[in-house]
Design a protein. Structure first.
Length: 372
């Protein structure tokens, strides 16, 4: 009897324990319910994002990450919404705060999913945007260096993605290079950027992409040459740049910027070689660009410089006249006033009249052809 009663007591106790566990579990939300709620909030954020409702989207993504803190995709999209809110902010402090919050979201997404290339690319872009703000130089430099590191990590994840190499090279050449302490360091940064553009070229497939990449590659080589102290090294870099411009033009023959940059490289090459043929080729490239981008004052100015260096005074003055007429902000007129490339025109009364803003003599106009 005692054994039977003891067994019964133990069974009753066990039943009470199981009943208590059942009540406790009933009070806890099921895992599937948590996932469903987080997913619903995320989808709502996606719809609001598609409608460009950045604030509403951010609120939905924040709800999703509150329900499920390890929701990497929601963290990343919250960062993207913060980026857009930053672009719309009027004040620098607001932009800084929103973009800094975006970097924290991207950082969390990468922490949860280290092999997420997209989150690293967004993180890099957010750091570049902060670096572009009017902040103290040390902060800006740290942001650009952080952006480069995220590109490096993204390449490690996706080594065949040409866009990653292109983005990395662009940050080095356009953002980090001004912070270089010496000309040799700056030249080295442009060389490194050229190597990255080279990696991108070897992975890209479409002609439009290849044209852009060859143009970026050539431009980096030109800049590396400008800060290179050794003349022989300068010549080699410029020769490589000219070859890259030619490839870019073959990939996209109707792109005016390619011919403009190509012409500038040939002018730089003339400054080393003093070969008039370099100037003649530069003039040909500027004229080709001008045929595509008619009346572009920047190209007209470059053409005037090339003619002046070739000591073709009349043609140089004609191009300057056309340039000044089309330059509504008169920037090139002010630039020409102190540009040493026009030193051989400085004493010319027509040049002086153009600089003063006076109408030049009509003899500058190209004569009209007449029938017999």
């Amino acid at each position: 009897m005692l054994n039977t009663a003891g067994k019964m007591g133990r069974l009753v106790g066990l039943s009470l324990v199981l009943a208590g566990l059942a009540v406790a579990r009933a009070q806890e939300p099921p895992v599937t319910n948590v996932l469903a709620r987080a997913a619903a909030a995320y989808q709502r954020g996606q719809q609001l994002l598609a409608d460009r409702n950045w604030g509403g989207a951010l609120e939905a993504y924040e709800q999703a990450t509150t329900i499920r803190p390890d929701f990497a995709e929601a963290h990343m999209q919250a960062g993207f919404a913060l980026m857009q809110l930053g672009f719309e902010a009027g004040e620098v402090n607001q932009r800084f705060a929103r973009w800094q919050a975006a970097t924290e979201r991207f950082s969390r997404a990468v922490e949860l999913r280290p092999h997420d290339k997209t989150a690293r690319v967004y993180w890099s872009e957010a750091l570049v945007q902060i670096g572009d703000l009017p902040l103290e130089p040390a902060t800006r430099l740290a942001c650009y260096q952080g952006a480069v590191e995220q590109c490096r990590q993204a390449v490690a994840v996706a080594p065949e993605d040409w866009e990653l190499y292109n983005k990395w090279g662009a940050i080095l050449s356009t953002k980090l290079s001004p912070f270089a302490g010496t000309e040799a360091t700056r030249s080295g940064l442009f060389r490194e950027a050229a190597g990255l553009f080279s990696n991108a070229v070897h992975r890209a497939k479409f002609s439009g992409d290849l044209a852009t990449l060859h143009l970026n590659w050539a431009a980096a080589l030109v800049e590396a040459a400008r800060f290179e102290p050794d003349c022989d090294a300068k010549r080699r870099l410029l020769a490589q740049a000219v070859e890259k411009f030619e490839r870019a033009a073959r990939s996209q023959p109707n792109a005016a910027p390619i011919y403009t940059a190509w012409g500038h490289a040939l002018v730089d090459q003339w400054r080393l070689s003093n070969q008039r043929n370099d100037l003649r080729e530069a003039i040909d490239k500027f004229q080709t660009s001008l045929a595509m981008a008619k009346d572009d004052p920047a190209v007209l100015y470059s053409l005037a410089v090339a003619y002046a260096l070739l000591d073709s005074r009349l043609m140089a003055l004609q191009q300057l006249q056309q340039c000044f007429r089309r330059d509504s902000r008169q920037e090139y007129r002010r630039q020409a006033a102190s540009d040493r490339d026009f030193d051989n025109l400085r004493a010319d009364p027509t040049f002086q009249a153009l600089i003063r803003g006076e109408e030049a003599p009509r003899l500058l106009e190209n004569p009209r052809l007449r029938g017999r």
